[in-house]
Every structure is written in structure tokens, then in C-alpha cells.
Write a protein of this length. Sequence first.
Length: 117
Amino acid sequence: MNSAAIAANPASQIQFADLLTQQLKGVDNTEVVVSITTVPPHTKLPTHWHPGEEFAYVLEGSATLHQEGKPDEHYTKGDVGVVPLKAVHTVSTQDESATILIFRVHELGQPGRVLVD
């Protein structure tokens, strides 16, 4: 993806909403967060990591997962992916947007994501 395309769709245009945040019953100090995000075409998310595992289901469109030390993984509608605990990663789109349902499990009170410079 070229830098001009990324600049045309800054990360501020990404739609993100938490649908559910709830402490797990019977599991001390652990919460589940369910979110939905829509990433516009020709956009790359800021590089980041999560304090817990992240599970993602592509509802619409397609996106590419870029994880440090691993080959890129391309996902399309209906695909499911997993990002391991504290894995530094980003997601990018090409010619179409991607709407992704995200399910995260982490220690209670931890941030949803930590940006990497």
C-alpha cells in the first residue's frame, strides 16, 4: 500500500465501537470485550498490541493482518483469525473496506490496546 493512499484515509476515519465489556464469572480478574470495527479502503491501523488474546471474525470485505516475525495473513468475509497475547501487529485494507467483529480476553482493567511507536 502506498503512503499517499494511507494519507488519504487517516486512522481517524476508522469506526470502532465496544459492544460488550464484562467480567467473566468464575474466572478471577478477567474480562471479555466484544467490539466491531470498520476499516476504510486503503487504510492501515496504527501498530499496536493487546494485553490478551484477540479473536477476529470478518463480517464484510477483506483485510491483511501484519504480525511481527510472521508472514502476512489475508482474511475475507467469513474468515476467523487469532492474534496472540502481546503480539505486535497491524491491519491494512486495499480496495475495499473491512468490517470485523473482535473478541478479546484480558486481565480486568487493562487497556484495550497499546500503541507502538
